[in-house]
Write a new protein. Structure first.
Length: 150
C-alpha cells in the first residue's frame, strides 16, 4: 500500500456490494442445508415416523363356500393383514357371510342360492374371529373360525 492511499477494505460496511454478497452466501448455505435435510428424510435413514414405510403385506385370498349347514373352509389360520374372502353360496337358500372379532365387523349383502361376492377385511389384531353364514332373518346357519397369529 502506498503512502497517502486510502484503504477502503476497512470501511466495507459503507459499500453495498460486500454486504449483499454476504447475504447471498448465507442464503446459499441455508438452501444447501435445506436440500440436504430433504434428501436425508427422503432416503429413509431417519428414525420414527419419518422413516421408510413398513412393507405392504400381500392380499390373501380365501375362497369360501356357504353350504347348507357348514362353511368350507371352517378353520382359517393367518397372520395379521388384509384378507379377501371370495364367497359362493352353495346352499339352497339366501345367506350372508359375516366376519367379526377384535375390532372387526364385516358382512356381505344377502346372497341368493348360487350367488357370489367378495369381502375385503383387514385383521390387525391377533386372536379368534368368527366366520358365520347367516340367514336373512339373522339366525346363524353355520360357523367357522379365523385364527390370527400374533
Amino acid at each position: 500500500m502506498t503512502l497517502g492511499a486510502t484503504d477502503t477494505s476497512r470501511d466495507w460496511p459503507r459499500s453495498g456490494s460486500p454486504v449483499v454478497r454476504r447475504t447471498v452466501r448465507g442464503t446459499g448455505v441455508t438452501v444447501l442445508g435445506l436440500l440436504f435435510a430433504v434428501a436425508f428424510v427422503a432416503s429413509g435413514h431417519t428414525p420414527g415416523r419419518w422413516g421408510p414405510a413398513p412393507p405392504v403385506q400381500p392380499l390373501r385370498v380365501i375362497r369360501t363356500d356357504l353350504l347348507d349347514d357348514a362353511l368350507d373352509p371352517s378353520v382359517v389360520v393367518l397372520d395379521p393383514g388384509p384378507v379377501r374372502f371370495e364367497i359362493t353360496n352353495d346352499g339352497p337358500d339366501a345367506q350372508r357371510f359375516v366376519v367379526h372379532g377384535p375390532g372387526t365387523f364385516a358382512r356381505t349383502a344377502e346372497l341368493p342360492a348360487g350367488g357370489t361376492a367378495t369381502l375385503d377385511v383387514t385383521v390387525a389384531d391377533a386372536g379368534a374371529y368368527q366366520l358365520e353364514a347367516v340367514s336373512p332373518s339373522g339366525s346363524v346357519i353355520s360357523r367357522g373360525t379365523l385364527e390370527v397369529r400374533p
